[in-house]
Design a protein around this ligand. Sequence first.
Ligand code: MEV
Length: 338
Amino acid sequence: MTVVSAPGKVYLFGEHAVVYGEPAVPCAIEKRATVTATPRADDHIRVEARDLSLDGFAVEYAGSPEDRPDIDVSESLIEAAMGYVDAAVRQARDAADEPNAGFDITVESDIPLGAGLGSSAAVVVAGIDAATRALGEPLDRRELADRAYRAEYDVQDGQASRADTFCSTMGGAVRVAGDDCRTLATPKLPFVVGFDGGAGDTGELVAGVRSLRERYDFAADTVAAIGDIVAEGESLLAAADADSEASDALVGELGELMNINHGLLSALGVSSRSLDTMVWAAREAGAAGAKLTGAGGGGCIVALDSTEETKRSLQYTPGCEEAFRARLATEGVRVEEP
Ligand code: MEV
């Protein structure tokens, strides 16, 4: 039995635009998915999922997950969780050159599904690492991040960048532009997250932006402008002292860029009424800036505020189900039990 965890993330800047090669800066946060992998004597996969912010379930199958017996849980939940677990197992089998390896897999996660906090990337990263280690073929972190990206790419029909999976593997803040993935030394940022209890469909949302970008030059310019915001944010971060709390001036400037970034994402059609409501509640509570995080459509916003005001205000905002302070996860993927 091998147990591995990997963190979720928030986007300081750059989601969606990163799909077209623009830079993005996601930051890993201390909310984790934990995957346990135990090799089996046969080629079956048994998946048990708990705490996916929905009811848990267990499924056993051989061949493809579509062959699973009927079970009494929502189809979308199975599809969401099983697709990623299955893609992780395929990558692990391929990496270890054991095409028929079977596993008992347990997934436990405190990252809400599809809410912009990188739940699928964390499950895929932890899943591939746990399964390859269980087969005695651990991967180095660059290969793990690459295989996790390929797994997400397959499940999301090619609508994925390397940002979520690289961030979850490495931890901390990272900068991703196309295939160029780097870790970033940043000061500590006072992230506050608001969650509306919902989720967006990443594939659909990415496809929507793609269609706008193909039809209108100004939508393509909007995507490029998000890249410009990221470049501006990066130079602010590079000039700051990485080992300390971010200064008020830096938080103020980053917040302003986050506000513009949210406006552009909203123009591209990926915000929602509840995300906009939480963004405005955060700003009115004194946050330096606020934006949606991840694919959008519903789920989470991220704000910067070193006081307790934004969190408190979000807790009383209609439509906000949960608000919490998110600490940067400096550790990425982590072996919990070898
Ligand atoms: C989803 O968390 C972030 C997107 O940019 C898609 C991706 O980068 O794969 C919307």
